[in-house]
Structure formats: structure tokens, C-alpha cells
Design a protein around this ligand. Structure first.
Ligand code: PLP
Length: 430
């Protein structure tokens, strides 16, 4: 039976965990801090659970320097749950803003207010999606699915505006982020939000930085930006103040599965309309379990939360804080970059053997995707890797190829083991 030290795991999620955190977790799972109870047994409403939530929030706020005007929520449903939550909550907020504007203009004329907002929803409201890979594509499809009841003779596609679809610029495949000059954004006033996935796990495409054209151009130009950071959370600095919402499932860089982190600007939580007004407009009000305002009001304890998973996430964050000290997430960014560079350098020096999938300027530091000559050679590569206990390297089933996931908990020593295998394999095939 191999030990943890013998196996080098590069899975895309669930992903490797720091061994010390798992060791502490094993103890906490049996008997948390000598309480005689497992963390999986205690009440989510107990003082212990409340302290775990508060400590985890504080660690995250410190790591990412999250401004006080943001709320940190722990939620169920993973990244996929947030595909829906983003639509429900943000559309409700947009409708409420428009209702208030109509009220200021029309006073108490409730029927006219309703008709005006209904018209604006159908004719003006747009949800902007930047489709740079499989996950942002899925998110945009979920938006279209949820907005289907609003279809009014026209196409639901009118409501979901695809700002850009990277496949159209790359022979039908993901692997590029089209130049911002070609993006078709709607105006900040009509746009409910502009959505992008910061790191596309399946396709190995990562935004090098915050998109320039989403920066506010003038005072009051409040384009609300929503980002899925499921697969590069805590791997680089983020200016949280540029976003309305950031979210990510925990199971890659933060901890184990079961918990989803949402960082949301407080003014968005405040703008929740009455469910009956939403229904009259023809929109469902957010289900309670996905309703950010309800979750926030209940200190993320609207229902039974996985306290063990939240505690694990807190331990991972605390270990990042103690490893990198004042550098915080910038310290982790330097490590992530250095590990990715080692791999890409070998791939680039062996172009006849390895073909990196995405364009150089948008290569992911977290998910390194490449192809080898043909299926048989890729199989041979994977078998050889298994022989050296290098695991989790198969590309996503939808695209094939090889994928090295370089998450935070992958130690440098494992990257070096993989690097020497990549060198050896290339030497044999050259
Ligand atoms: C970038 C990204 N977003 C969303 C998801 C979906 O996450 P979940 O499986 O937690 O629903 C994934 C899953 O791998 C992902 O990588």
C-alpha cells in the first residue's frame, strides 16, 4: 500500500490537500479539541460552529484583503449551484432597482409600475457572459434555462448576451481569450452583470488579469462583475473591490467538497424585491437555499451546514497565512507561478512531443493542458506516469489529452518528480 508521500496527485478536483491539514482533520473528525465529539457530530448552531465560521471568514478576509463592504457566505451547491444563484439573485436585484426607479417616477401607480418594469425586463435587461471555456459556457446555458419563462415571442437568447465566444476565434475550440476590442458588452445600465470564469479548469485557460474593458470608465458607471474563481481561488492576488460577486467551490484550492464560498457586495444583498412583485413580473424569486440575502441574514446557517468542511477550509487558509506571513496570497502566487513555469518550460522545450492547448498569453497556472501525438501515445504517457505513482493526469473527458492540475497543495517536490518524468518521456519520443 503506497504512502501519501509516494503518490504525487495532480487531480483537477477534488484535489490534493495539505497532509498536515488532513492529519488535524482526522483528529477533529474523531474527537474535536478533546470535546469527546466529532466535528461531524456537533450542532451547526453551537458556539463551536459559530466560532469556526467566524475564524474561517476572518482568515479569508485577511488573505484576500476583502473590504468591509463585502459579505462572505458559506453555501451549498458547489460552483454549479452558483451558476443558478447568480442569475436568481442578480436578476431580482436588477428588477428591484428598476421598480424603485419606476416608483420615483410614477408614485403609487402600482399597475403602471408593474407594466413599466415588465417591459424593461423584456426589452432592456441583459445578462452578459464572456464564454472562454466549458464552465462559463455551462453557466451561460444555465442562465438561458432559468430565464426561459421570460421568453415572450422572442428568443431567450436575447436576454443572455454572449459577449464573446472564444471558440469562434479558435477553430471551434476553446484555448484563446478573444481581444477585448471584439467583445459585445451591453451598457452597464441594461446589464444585470458581466460574468466570466477566471480560470477554465477543463480547457486550461486563465485570465491573465482583470479585463480592462470591465473597469469603470467614469464615476457612477457601475458595471457589476461576477467571477467564478472555483479553480484559481487563493492562488493569486485579487482586487476584490472590482467585483460585485466572486465565488468558488472549495474542493480545489480551499479544502474539501461540500462548501461553496461567495464574496458578495453588501448593497447587492440589500436590493431584494418582494417575491410577489417578482412573480408578477414573471420571474421566480430565488429559492431560499440559493438566496444570498437569506443566507447572509442567517450568518450562513439557514440550514445545516457542513461544519467539518468549513473548518478544513479555515485550516487551509490559516496554513497559507502562517506560511506566507505578511505576503499573504501574494506569497502563494509566487509559488504557484514558479511551479507552473517549471512544467511549461519543459513542454515548450519539447514541441515535437508536447503541444500545449491554449495560447501562450492565457495559459492557466492551475490546469496545464496539453496533447501528445495521438491517443495511443497519450495512453502510453499516462501508463508510464502511473508506474511512477504520478496520478490524476488524464484530461477532462470532454476534451481528452493530458491535464496537470497545479493547485496550491501540490508540493514542489511532486512537481519536480513530474518534471523529470516529462523530460524522460520526451527524450524517448524525440
Ligand atoms: C471553474 C469551475 N466552475 C464550476 C465548477 C462546478 O463546480 P461544482 O462541481 O462544485 O458544481 C467547476 C468544477 O470543476 C469548475 O472547475
Amino acid at each position: 500500500m503506497p504512502s501519501r508521500e509516494e503518490v504525487a496527485y495532480f487531480g483537477a478536483g477534488p484535489a490534493p490537500m495539505p497532509t498536515p491539514v488532513l492529519e488535524q482533520g482526522a483528529r477533529a473528525f474523531l474527537n474535536f479539541e478533546d470535546s469527546g465529539l466529532s466535528l461531524a457530530e456537533i450542532s451547526h448552531r453551537s458556539p463551536t460552529a459559530n466560532k469556526i465560521l467566524a475564524d474561517t471568514r476572518a482568515a479569508l478576509a485577511s488573505l484576500l484583503e476583502i473590504p468591509d463592504s463585502y459579505e462572505i457566505l458559506f453555501m451549498h451547491g458547489g460552483g454549479s449551484g452558483e451558476f443558478s444563484a447568480v442569475v436568481y439573485n442578480m436578476v431580482a436585484m436588477w428588477v428591484e432597482k428598476r421598480r424603485q426607479m419606476a416608483e420615483r417616477e410614477l408614485g403609487d401607480a402600482q399597475e403602471e409600475i408593474l407594466e413599466k418594469v415588465k417591459k424593461e425586463v423584456r426589452e432592456e435587461m441583459r445578462l452578459d457572459y464572456i464564454v472562454s471555456g466549458s464552465w462559463s459556457l455551462k453557466a451561460s446555458q444555465e442562465a438561458a434555462n432559468l430565464l426561459e419563462p421570460l421568453k415572450d415571442g422572442g428568443k431567450v437568447g436575447n436576454l443572455v448576451n454572449i459577449v464573446t465566444d472564444a471558440r469562434e476565434w479558435n477553430d471551434g475550440k476553446f484555448g484563446k481569450i478573444p481581444h477585448e476590442d471584439t467583445w459585445k458588452l451591453t451598457s452597464p445600465k441594461a446589464s444585470v452583470f458581466t460574468y466570466y470564469c477566471d480560470n477554465e479548469t477543463v480547457d486550461g485557460v486563465e485570465f491573465p488579469s482583470f479585463p480592462k474593458c470591465l473597469e469603470p470608465k467614469e464615476e457612477g458607471d457601475d458595471r457589476l462583475v461576477v467571477a467564478d474563481m472555483s479553480s484559481n481561488f487563493l492562488s493569486r492576488r485579487v482586487d476584490v473591490s472590482k467585483y460585485a460577486v466572486i465565488y468558488g467551490g472549495a474542493q480545489k484550492n480551499i479544502g474539501i467538497t461540500d462548501v461553496t464560498l461567495v464574496i458578495v457586495r453588501q448593497d447587492i444583498l440589500a436590493a431584494a424585491p418582494s417575491p410577489s412583485f417578482l412573480h408578477d413580473v414573471g420571474i421566480w424569486s430565488p429559492p431560499a437555499i440559493l438566496n444570498w440575502s437569506i443566507i447572509a441574514k442567517n450568518n450562513s446557517l439557514y440550514n445545516t451546514m457542513p461544519i467539518f468542511s468549513i473548518w478544513i477550509a479555515g485550516q487551509v487558509m490559516r496554513s497559507l497565512l502562517s506560511t506566507h506571513d505578511d505576503a499573504k496570497v501574494a506569497g502563494q502566487e509566487a509559488v504557484a507561478n514558479a511551479k507552473a513555469e517549471i512544467i511549461y518550460r519543459i513542454l515548450d522545450s519539447n514541441p515535437s512531443v508536447y503541444q500545449v492547448v491554449p495560447e501562450k498569453s492565457v495559459r492557466s497556472r492551475m490546469n496545464i493542458c496539453f496533447r501528445i501525438e495521438d491517443d495511443a501515445t497519450e495512453k502510453e504517457f499516462l501508463q508510464g506516469a502511473e508506474g511512477r505513482m504520478l496520478q490524476g493526469l488524464k484530461g477532462h473527458r470532454s476534451v481528452g489529452g493530458i491535464r496537470i492540475s497545479n493547485y496550491n497543495a501540490v508540493p514542489m517536490v511532486n512537481v519536480q518528480k513530474l518534471a523529470s518524468y516529462l523530460e524522460d518521456f520526451a527524450q524517448r519520443k524525440r
